[in-house]
Write a protein that binds this ligand. Structure first.
Ligand SMILES: [Fe+2]
Ligand SMILES: [Fe+2]
Length: 306
């Protein structure tokens, strides 16, 4: 089977290709982006080449393929019971977007591996962590997913707005992260609305967050420590402290992300309470508008617009 641009369609993608017009019309279009991951520096392209921060990005990319498959599986498990056609279409878009993120990060991870970066450590470790989550009841898996979607939505905002990230990162290497970030914001409330539609409770939400905080997040940091230890020159203390400051210092890349996670536990939390529509629109224009930065990589633009 081929998509409208003539590219082979595999696994999860097959299912949503038929639903593309619907998902696009409800604001969650699965953009089939194919990046040239061989182009440009791929070892240390972020934050002026700081090893510690770059390895965090390697770990993010390492955990995404399996992570996003977990997200889409946990939402898909409830798809058949959804009656609202708009939510159904948003679910199709969500599944399509996550499947394509998964595929592109997988392609990037292959390039990391070819260049000698041990991203496989992160891939294997997250596989183990998610195997634990997959043993939980489907409702709990969905609750864990909505917390991880909250995490990725907050992270996505950081990717789009962090001034130091934009000023010190190679433009070519940023492309995939900017596309991924925009789509994370476009679909940030989909899994939550499915959870709401099945009568998910605040207690289940809290349980989902607890599982992620005790199983997934420590795995992510452990993978980071291992990959970092393999890649870094031990003597470069100054550089490592600088990297820590970039991530966790005042105004650091991840400082604000972790500060915003607890809002998920609020009684009346909804992902759209924090309005990102203007940010999304601005970046959509910049990336996919008439003079969009990513139009060359955007293989199904015409099909989505039809
Ligand atoms: Fe994603
Ligand atoms: Fe997502």
């Amino acid at each position: 089977m081929f998509n409208p641009m003539g590219f082979p369609v595999k696994r999860e993608e097959r299912f949503e290709m038929s639903a593309i017009p619907d998902s696009a019309s409800v604001g969650v279009p699965p953009r089939n982006m194919v990046f040239d991951h061989e182009a440009g520096e791929k070892r240390l392209p972020f934050f002026d080449g700081n090893v510690l921060t770059n390895m965090m990005f390697v770990v993010f990319s390492g955990v995404f393929p399996d992570g996003e498959r977990f997200f889409l599986d946990s939402v898909r498990a409830f798809r058949a019971g959804i009656e609202d056609p708009t939510l159904k279409a948003r679910v199709s878009g969500f599944i399509g977007q996550e499947a394509l993120h998964s595929r592109e990060h997988e392609r990037l991870n292959k390039v990391f591996t070819e260049r000698g970066i041990t991203v496989g450590v992160a891939e294997r470790m997250i596989g183990g962590a998610l195997a634990v989550l997959r043993r939980m009841p489907k409702r709990q898996q969905l609750a864990a997913t909505i917390f991880m979607e909250h995490f990725t939505a907050v992270l996505a905002e950081q990717w789009l707005t962090d001034k130091r990230f934009h000023a010190t990162t190679e433009p070519e290497a940023m492309k995939l992260w900017l596309w991924h970030a925009v789509e994370e914001l476009e679909h940030k409330s989909v899994a939550y609305d499915v959870f709401d539609a099945i009568g998910g409770t605040r207690a289940e939400r809290a349980e989902g967050a607890a599982v992620v905080m005790t199983v997934v997040i420590p795995t992510l940091f452990a993978a980071w420590a291992i990959v970092f230890a393999r890649e870094a020159r031990i003597g470069d203390l100054r550089g490592h402290l600088h990297g820590l400051g970039i991530l966790f210092g005042r105004g650091g890349f991840l400082t604000g992300v972790f500060r915003r996670l607890p809002s998920f536990l609020r009684r009346r939390f909804h992902p759209n309470d924090h309005d990102t529509t203007a940010l999304e629109a601005a970046w959509r224009e910049k990336l996919f508008g008439d003079a969009g930065l990513l139009n060359d990589e955007f293989r199904n633009k015409a099909a989505l617009a039809a």
